[in-house]
Design a protein around this ligand. Structure first.
Ligand code: PEP
Ligand code: MG
Length: 313
């Protein structure tokens, strides 16, 4: 029945027993943010900045970068905007940030690691984000992709905070999920990138057409790591979002909420179906689903257990 109501659904999302679910959108530039702003999402949960520069050979100046970022903040004047610093490398090389050919680019110098060889790139980008956001009365959150160590997390959060913004990291490397509590003590928030987290937990290339069974975020080991991260966030009272494809799956979105995940960010085309599904269940059912999947043997079994707990067929 919830499927028939998708087009009528209006945010903000809440369960039948009144638990609010913060639904956000993933965007890649000003135009996608402006389009998304016509929908029901409350803000932006992932601005993939590297998508603006996939063909850019020379690093743009701080002012040029700020001009690219500013329309994204304008699209969500009063909402939260979570900007991700360049996730350059691997499947999204940025010419001015990635120079070397690598044997295993997904395990190589990508994301925050690019700043090891060229620290100025990140400093300039953070200055540009702060400049673009200066007239944005909403909240400016900035997070780093592909963080793996506590030292990286602490350093990054400090760099963001000293520019007056909220500093966090993505949970994409399994090491971060395992040590979630220690990471959360150092940063203001985390956001789980389930596409890469699944790739690294299951040792399966997310771009391979042959490995769909492995690159499924319903894999029990992936779900357990997300649950572990969400529990750490609840314990410390810090936000734990999910911004990978998993957040766009209406059934999985309910399970994530039940784990204690505080926001879900997805393609704007998915917001209504996720919102309508959340509005059709209670938070108690979501918690029961999150508990039930601990018994799952495989991804298919996890889906069945979640559907049963949520009474969805
Ligand atoms: C992810 O890895 O889940 C994520 C949100 O980042 P991207 O898909 O851009 O790598
Ligand atoms: Mg990623």
């Amino acid at each position: 029945a919830w499927r028939e109501k998708i087009h009528e659904w209006r945010g903000p999302a809440q369960t039948t027993d009144g638990h609010h679910a913060e639904l956000l959108v993933n965007v890649q530039d000003g135009p996608t943010a402006t389009t998304a702003a016509h929908g029901e999402a409350e803000g932006i949960g992932l601005f993939r900045t590297e998508m603006c520069f996939l063909d850019t050979v020379v690093e743009p100046s701080i002012e040029e970068q700020a001009a690219v970022y500013a329309p994204v903040f304008h699209a969500y004047q009063d909402g939260k905007v979570v900007v991700r610093t360049l996730d350059a490398g691997s499947d999204k090389p940025v010419p001015y940030a990635n120079s070397e050919e690598e044997e295993n680019p997904a395990l190589g110098v990508r994301g925050l690691r690019t700043s090891g060889q060229n620290p100025e790139l990140l400093q300039h980008q953070l200055d540009a984000i702060a400049l673009a956001a200066k007239d944005h009365p909403g909240k400016n959150w900035v997070m780093a992709p592909m963080v793996a160590t506590l030292r990286e997390a602490e350093w990054f959060a400090e760099e963001v905070r000293r520019r007056g913004m909220v500093g966090g990291i993505m949970v994409e490397v399994p090491a971060v999920a395992v040590q979630a509590e220690q990471f959360l003590e150092l940063v203001d928030f985390v956001s789980v990138g389930t596409n890469d987290l699944t790739q690294y937990v299951m040792a399966a290339d997310r771009l391979s057409p042959h490995l769909a069974e492995y690159t499924d975020p319903w894999q029990p080991a992936v779900l357990q790591l997300i649950a572990h991260t969400a529990a750490a966030g609840m314990k410390l009272g810090k936000p734990v979002g999910v911004c990978g494809e998993a957040a766009a799956d209406p059934l999985l979105a309910c399970v994530l909420l039940g784990m204690g995940v505080t926001s879900l960010s997805m393609a704007s085309s998915a917001v209504s179906s996720v919102g309508a599904q959340i509005s059709a269940v209670s938070f108690r059912q979501c918690e029961a689903a999150a508990e039930a999947i601990n018994q799952a043997r495989d991804a298919k079994h996890a889906r069945i257990l979640a559907s049963q707990a949520l009474e969805i067929r």
